[in-house]
Design a protein around this ligand. Sequence first.
Ligand SMILES: [Zn+2]
Length: 444
Amino acid sequence: MCRAGPWLVCVLVCALCPASGRTRAAADSVAEIRAEALNRSRVMEWMRALTAAPRVTGSPALDDAARWAENQLKALGLANVHLERWPFERRWSVVGMTLEVVEPETLALAAIPQTWSPGTKGVEAGPLRAVRVTNKGTIAAESMGRMKGAFALVDGGDSLSADAQNRLQELLASEGVIATLERSIGPDAKVVYARTGHTPEQDGRQLLVPSLAVRQDDFQRLEQLVKKSSSVVIRGNVSVVDERGDPQAGLSVIADLVGSNSSLPPVLLGAHLDSVHAAQGATDNAAGCSILIEAMRAIATANAVTRRTIRIALWGGEEQGRRGSKAYLQAHGRELPAAYFNMDRGGGRITGMIIEGGDLAGEARRWAQRLFTDGVRTIESVATAGSDHVTFRDAGVPTFTFWQDMRSYASTHHSTGDTLAAVRDPDLRQAAVVVAIAAYLAAQ
Ligand SMILES: [Zn+2]
């Protein structure tokens, strides 16, 4: 029965056979894994370490987080702990930023640089000018020739095509603006959202002038002020590091809990370690990484033996188009994992499991029922997008992701609100329990 294809059938048979000694051992191990991840959890310790700083792909802060993860996974007793490198050259990070209205009133503005923005020439001050933008990325005639040494209040730029956005940037640069101020776009008006982290090389958009997203209420205040008065003065400073260094600066962290049968393909658990720069990337995706590290710790500490190796991968470059997981597939394409689990929906409680790819829906449904004790209520086969599981699903690997309570993630990710305060210890513990038991059962 145990052919390479329907391996979950074997899990099912073993799990349901009451006379089997293996079943009793598995049940004991599940209980021990649950007790470990629920009662002796270290998941908040991982969260605190990983949210020390924003972890933009290529930035020194991501290097630090990867080194921390490498050391920690070794300390937990995992094997084959190493970094896998892939091409990524740009090292961009925000060093500091201030932005305020100084005339006709004083107002500190909540703002962040857009991803990959250039910096200003130190602290600069100048008038605020509203710019009307056409859908072709040109500037309305009344604004032309009035922008030198000014801050440009630009609305509607986000809806332009990449070409039109580039045209607009070229125009604003040739006009000599200090910086553009753009409306923050996202579901929560209390935080500031950065645009996606795609690189200019990837989506063809090139920022030529310092570009800032401004919180919605502050943006509205600027619109009011500039309508009333032509003498609104803004002062601001955007300081970034933007270098090209090691051409192989992309990285992912890999480690194994070695199974008893090394000839079997591993079960792979993945979460992306990189974040956008807006905040410390707690829900997106220190939470996913911490849940997986904790799941690995619980399985290891419970001495739960599996036939298959369970491998953890903390990817870099997800925000730039799943670069880390794609590089892994390129390097390991001949040894595809037996199954891939992905965590990238924040730190909320797990409520369901999603099965994609492969031909395992029926078998996995029955196997996954064992997760119902710990809060899983639904098992579905639907296509989802937007994270590293797509890399493996498209290569034919059965992939498993989880429905979670998404409220915190939905409002905070890619924003200044994505801080440690956006996750809760009990939710992370529950998620770690579910993932650890699921990974253990899959690797039996
Ligand atoms: Zn993410």
